[in-house]
Design a protein around this ligand. Structure first.
Ligand SMILES: [Zn+2]
Length: 378
């Protein structure tokens, strides 16, 4: 066998050991030899390399039935972290996310978006302070991914359609000039879908609906969030639900946003969602009627989208935190009643990350790249 082939096998075996510790750790050296089918000296060599790179750590002892307790080796989720930032109309959220997709630290600042250098400078200073507070070597920060309520243009350099934030486009350099780490711009709802499929391994195809003050969406095909150069992951929120209906902020009439967003629900209820759900719990018939109507609108939208992309449904965002299994069961029954294909199976999930989905998903972009490069995930 050539030395190049031996080197390739070595590299594959080394990645296998790292992958085993990521997926099944903590493990003893004996476990690793057995699972990776490698010799004890080879395992010793790989473990030493992984320890030196701080990719794993020795964590405690495993009591053996016979003989001395064996050392346990653990995957180090904090070997690298990624920074996610979510820019919203009135605030900015930031989180440091580790290699397991867990939030290590997070903060929020109330800062109204203005398309001006003073805003970008102020927000960037705050982001830098947060990054400095992590006490993490620069090379272990995988990057900074910033999500916006807007579509990122084909060149990945500009936010070109963001009627919620500004009428004028702004560019990546408005932020990136303040940072040494690589900066990426992304669409917020698409990132919400990224976060939720990270958590829900059983979902292959489906739609993600971000039930926030404004409705957002993402399309999931073969466990990948669809990304198109000009229209992000689609814009289900601007599909027409009622011809000549309510005026949408995009300029059209009858868009789904005008019926399925949290703003639309609060308009119908004449009160905030806290008060609405208090009323529902107390049995107020008017609040129950408003909620029932809202679920019918959402069911109609889901049925429409499922005619193009049959699959599961993930409900994320602010409103998902108020919903329970009874609501998803009722919603599913409504979709089935409306649908021409009543027996086509699907499930409705409540998002795991709630209103933090876009924030976590933004950070996960760099984590996913790292995991793929290291052979940790397919
Ligand atoms: Zn619209």
């Amino acid at each position: 066998m050539s030395s190049a082939a031996i080197s390739d096998i070595n590299q594959i075996n080394f990645q296998n050991v790292y992958q085993l510790l990521y997926q099944k750790g903590p493990l003893t050296q004996q476990d690793i030899c057995r699972l990776a089918n490698i010799s004890r000296p080879t395992a010793t060599q790989y473990l030493r390399q992984l320890l030196q790179a701080n990719k794993i750590y020795a964590g405690g002892k495993h009591k053996e039935a016979h003989g001395r307790p064996a050392c346990l080796y653990c995957f180090n989720p904090n070997a690298c972290i990624s920074i996610g930032v979510e820019v919203m109309v009135n605030k900015v959220k930031i989180a440091a996310v580790n290699l397991l997709g867990e939030i290590e630290k997070r903060e929020t600042i109330h800062l109204a978006f203005i398309n001006s250098d003073s805003y970008f400078q102020h927000a960037s200073s705050w982001i830098k302070l947060f990054m400095d507070s992590l006490d993490m070597p620069f090379e272990n920060i995988l990057g900074l991914t910033i999500s916006f309520q807007g579509i990122v243009s084909r060149d990945n350099e500009h936010v070109s359609f963001s009627k919620l934030l500004t009428n004028a486009p702004f560019s990546k350099s408005d932020f990136s000039k303040y940072f040494d780490s690589p900066v990426s711009l992304v669409h917020d709802a698409e990132m919400g879908a990224v976060a939720e499929i990270w958590h829900y391994c059983q979902i292959t195809n489906g739609i993600y609906l971000s039930l926030n003050p404004y409705l957002g969406s993402g399309l999931i095909v073969n466990r990948t969030v669809v990304h198109t150069p000009d229209l992000s992951s689609g814009a289900i929120e601007h599909m027409i639900l009622h011809e000549n209906g309510e005026l949408c902020y995009c300029g059209k009439k009858g868009c789904a946003d005008s019926y399925c967003s949290v703003n639309a629900l609060e308009r119908s209820a004449g009160k905030g969602i806290d008060a609405l759900f208090d009323g529902i719990k107390s049995g107020l018939s008017e609040d129950k009627r408003v909620w029932e109507n809202y679920l019918w609108e959402l069911a109609a939208l889901i049925d429409n989208v499922r005619m193009v992309l049959p699959g599961d449904v993930i409900l994320g965002g602010l409103l998902s935190q108020y919903m329970c299994e009874e609501d998803t069961a009722r919603l599913k029954s409504m979709v089935q009643q409306l649908s021409a294909f009543k027996d086509a199976p699907f499930d409705i999930y409540i998002g795991h990350y709630g209103s933090d989905a876009s924030l976590v998903g933004s950070a996960l972009m760099k984590i996913s790249e790292y995991c793929q490069k290291e052979g940790l995930k397919a």
